[in-house]
Design a protein around this ligand. Sequence first.
Ligand SMILES: [Zn+2]
Length: 252
Amino acid sequence: MKFSEKQIDRYSRQIILKKIGFTGQKKLLKSSVLIVGAGGLGSPIAIYLAALGIGKIGIIDKDSVEISNLTRQIIFTTKDIKKKKSLIAIDKLKKINPDIKLKSFYKKLTIKNIGSIAKNFDLIVDGSDNFRTRFLINDYCLKFNKILISGAISKFEGQIYTFNFTKKNSPCLRCFIPKMPSNPDVDNCEYEGVMGTLGGIVGSIQANEVVKEILNIGETLCGYILIVDGLKLNFRKVKLNKRSNCYCNEKK
Ligand SMILES: [Zn+2]
């Protein structure tokens, strides 16, 4: 792949970075990322990944924009209310960066369709709002050795995990949460509330993790969970060990 003059201009501030350069930018442009959920996390994740030049981005979301989404789902505007999130998000990303390939999936991610959708992407970013989807993505990525960058927000708090299943010693979500919570389909933000900016903080960190995993630079968060307290402004990195009786150990 040869860079056009426009591409050199567009990505110049990253290309100039020693740890990225032309080689790294090329890697980003050749990589593909599936974003699950175009919500409070999915919005900043998608905006940054498109802007910085991930070559192919997929967005899956079954919902339409509601007025209560707009405090944090910054890819949408008031005019987008009632429109399909995945389609609108793709339209916006095209304007941010026409240089990349985009694909929208206006559907719910299920055990039946995850294989056919996710197989076309190198890396999965979870910005979903419920445990059923989080476990589904964890189990899929574990089975097919994919890298998963997961985030969650509630109230003034956030969590980020990176599971790199291309490595044998990566823990999984079930190491940390062994059993699916009793109400796996509930979106906690709807009941407990969430501060809009937490989506930006956590989503931006997830996008940053994506770049690090693709370029293999810096220290990955794999093996840790990052807990963000937006009120005290504490960032705690807690070691996340592989649980000996977790089913991720059964995988050979
Ligand atoms: Zn596990």
